[in-house]
Design a protein around this ligand. Structure first.
Ligand code: SF4
Length: 765
């Protein structure tokens, strides 16, 4: 009996690991869509004889390795095994290492087939199917079973050492996680029930929506129990998904603490994923060996870099800086190294996009490899808006116009046709002198013209793979995204038309597929995970998030009580102020007076939240005139991350002043200003999204779909922003402060029902 457990590997993964060589080459090579790929395979199979065996499952063993996969088709009469690859570009342009990889896969399938059918020799045929011409190019070779077996064994030998290392790693990791200790002497108030619920959700394979206040240590309180549950649930990977860089940083800090608190650092491989533009070492170059030195010979140096990455001492996190250092040491691209390391990491920390968007890498890899994964979704209230963005697409006519001016001659015709179709749509949609219209159906003629233009650009770009026309590429990717979402169009989205500018012959518009209900797309992703924990300080009402995020039926809900006492926070409603749009100007003096009085009574650091930059500046201007002795700071439009950090650095233990900021902006959440760094907040609005045609359409669609238009489109998102902003004041059990809710509507019981239960709102005198 084999003492060691068996390691299972897919044929494709085995070949990618052991038979890939040469350069990284991500030159523009338009690939068939997945639908075209499926259709191409089906067409090839339909052209074969009746006894053709398509999608043939094969497996075989080599020592401790179980290798399995599905060959595309076998013709037993001709003893010919086929691997079908669909393509768009001329075959001559296919890099040699891609071709070599295709042969490697086919040879492995050949070895497995010979062994299972007792064949002594076999024809291997690589069938390249052109999805445009529907022509097949067949490359055929005859191999003996002995040759194929030898090839198979060579690849297995190359992988064997790695597989053993992986098995050892997983055993050591799981053992360490079983005895992992909580990184603090004790749980904070509220942290234990959170941790217990996360653990239970993992054990029962459920989704959990957990509302837990700031300051209880949510990040450690969710990562720790999930890691503890991992061995028992045979989890392959934990994905920590954050909306912002600050969320990723907190996760890495928590993982660092967890590693250091163990009697011995657990051999946990933690990987941070960062966007390509932030990880790229040569932003002026393209991702192929002829342009970028880190792409040249990438696959030759990858094995050493990969080995070094998994051989880091326990407790070392592969964050952005560590990964960069390691990649440069081995002269490989840090971004593509991080993609490779996802396969071998235990915990991956990255943006929501990596799991939830249309072409999400982590989701795709999990599906392909059959990983059992757990998700932690940080600050999950953001997923509603982020989900909508991921599944929305916009096309601007002005961009098309600009593109046409410099477009290569061969593209003029299809772009002209698109422009003409668009002009006709403008006429139709804007007939009633409208500036905004929701189209009753997708504009079929425009979509056809868009597809033709995309096909022409595809053709052009594949013939000019080294040409870098950023405007053309951007337009092309936007067009592809738009077309893809058009295929998935349904009641969950609107297709709207908006006038951007109008001139005699130059009317310009923007066409948008606007997702309203992201649940349609997010639900299957949540269901694909073994467990998912979505947590935040503002996840109420549960039904709103369950409906909009598409929480699976058996999802659990947890509300962790705040560890703070009502005595810590004075909450006042300024009933004399109305921040309704039509009353804003008139109420400014009262609003400013109230802020000045509060500051004079209790000098210190405050943040004042307004619904827009204009409103903020009007209030700040008046405040400066009325209270010139009080220091104020203003949030500027489009502040860079460094400027934001400088802004926050002004609020110190000894400073005094008021920061005028935008509600829902960079200073509304994810900002930690404990103690005297922040003693109060003024909130000069209910945070309701602006009343405009787009938001009205969203309200109507939500009303149709869920019967909750106003609450779901306006009220709940607005109040969530308010609670997030107010949450900046009390960060620890020793903080004390004041929140002034500056609008008479805060006195309404239905509004107060949406505010944290631990607040004691003072009755207006
Ligand atoms: S360093 Fe930049 S240009 Fe080079 S391969 Fe990586 S991402 Fe591409």
């Amino acid at each position: 009996m084999n003492a060691k457990p068996q390691y299972t590997v897919a044929v494709r993964a085995l070949c990618e690991f052991a038979a890939k060589s040469g350069d990284l080459d991500l030159r523009f090579t338009p690939a068939p869509s997945s639908q075209e790929g499926i259709a191409g395979h089906a067409l090839v199979a339909s052209r074969r004889g009746a006894d053709y065996r398509a999608e043939l499952s094969l497996s075989g063993q080599y020592q401790g390795l179980l290798v399995r996969g599905r060959a595309d088709g076998y013709d037993p009469g001709r003893k010919r095994l086929e691997e079908v690859k669909t393509h768009r570009v001329a075959l001559a342009r296919m890099p040699a290492n891609h071709r070599a990889l295709h042969w490697a896969q086919l040879k492995v399938y050949g070895a497995l087939l010979c062994a299972s059918e007792g064949l002594t020799e076999l024809d291997l045929a690589l069938v390249y199917f052109d999805v445009v011409s529907e022509q097949e190019t067949v490359l055929c070779e005859r191999h003996s079973a002995a040759e194929l077996q030898m090839f198979f064994e060579q690849l297995c030998e190359r992988f064997q050492g790695w597989a053993e290392r992986e098995l050892d790693h997983r055993a050591a990791r799981d053992q360490a996680l079983n005895t992992l200790r909580f990184p603090h002497a004790d749980f904070r108030q509220g942290q234990r029930p959170l941790a217990e619920s996360v653990y239970k959700a993992a054990v029962s394979g459920r989704c959990l929506l957990a509302q837990a206040p700031t300051g209880i240590g949510k990040t450690v309180g969710t990562i720790f129990p999930l890691l503890k549950a991992s061995p028992g649930q045979r989890l392959d990977k934990v994905f920590f998904l954050a909306a912002k860089t600050s969320g990723r940083a907190m996760a890495l800090e928590a993982l660092n603490k967890i590693s250091r608190a163990a009697p011995e650092a657990p051999p946990l491989r933690v990987l941070e994923l960062v966007a390509r533009d932030k990880a790229c070492e040569h932003p002026d170059k393209a991702c192929h060996g002829e342009s970028c030195p880190l792409a040249q010979g990438f696959y030759e140096r990858l094995p050493a870099a990969r080995l070094a990455a998994v051989s880091q001492p326990s407790g070392t996190l592969l964050d952005k800086a560590a990964l960069r250092a390691l990649a440069l040491q081995h002269q490989v691209c840090p971004y593509y190294l991080s993609q490779e390391l996802v396969r071998w990491a235990d915990v991956v920390v990255g943006d929501y996009n990596y799991f939830f968007d249309l072409s999400a890498m982590l989701h795709g890899m999990s599906q392909e490899a059959g990983w059992r994964v757990a998700l932690l979704v940080d600050e999950a209230h953001n997923l509603v808006e982020r989900g909508r963005k991921m599944y929305s697409a916009e096309l601007q006519q002005a961009k098309l116009r600009a593109l046409k001016l410099d477009a290569p001659a061969v593209l003029k015709k299809p772009l002209d046709k698109l422009q003409r179709t668009w002009a006709a749509l403008n006429k139709e949609a804007g007939e009633a002198q409208r500036e905004y219209a929701v189209l009753e159906a997708l504009p079929a003629k425009l979509l056809t013209a868009l597809q033709l233009a995309s096909a022409a650009i595809t053709e052009y770009m594949s013939e000019h793979p080294t040409e870098r026309d950023v405007a053309l590429q951007d337009f092309y990717f936007e067009a592809l995204h738009f077309t893809r979402l058009a295929e998935l169009f349904g009641p969950h989205s609107l297709c709207d038309w908006q006038l951007s500018s109008q001139g005699l012959a130059k009317t310009s518009s923007t066409l948008c597929i606007r997702n309203v209900l992201p649940a349609e797309f997010l639900k299957p992703r949540l269901q694909a995970a073994h467990t998912a924990v979505l947590f935040s300080a503002t996840l109420q009402p549960f039904a709103y998030f369950a409906d909009l995020l598409g929480l699976p039926e058996r999802s659990a809900w947890l509300e962790v009580e705040a560890p703070f006492s009502a005595e810590q926070l004075q909450v006042r409603v300024a009933q004399q102020v109305s921040t309704r749009y039509q009353h804003r100007r008139a109420s400014l003096p009262a609003l400013v007076a109230l802020m000045g009085q509060q500051f004079q009574q209790a000098p210190g650091n405050y943040l004042a939240f307004f619904s827009s930059h204009d409103y903020l500046n009007e209030a700040a201007d008046l405040f400066e005139r009325e209270f010139p002795a009080i220091t104020i700071w203003r949030q500027q439009r489009r502040m860079a991350e460094s400027a934001q950090a400088e802004f926050l650095a002004r609020l110190t233990e000894s400073s005094q002043g008021i920061g005028f900021v935008v509600l829902g902006g960079s200073f509304s959440e994810g900002v930690d200003l404990p103690g005297k760094r922040l003693i109060g907040a003024f909130i000069a609005t209910l945070g309701l999204p602006q009343l405009n045609p787009v938001n009205e359409q969203i309200r109507m669609r939500l009303d149709q779909l869920l019967g909750q238009g106003y609450d779901y489109a306006y009220l709940y998102p607005g109040l969530q922003k308010v609670v997030q902003a107010a949450g900046r004041v009390i960060r620890t059990v020793s903080d004390a402060g004041v929140v002034v809710l500056m609008d008479d509507r805060y006195a309404q019981p239905e509004i107060q029902a949406l505010l944290p239960r631990w607040w004691r709102i003072e009755r207006p005198s």
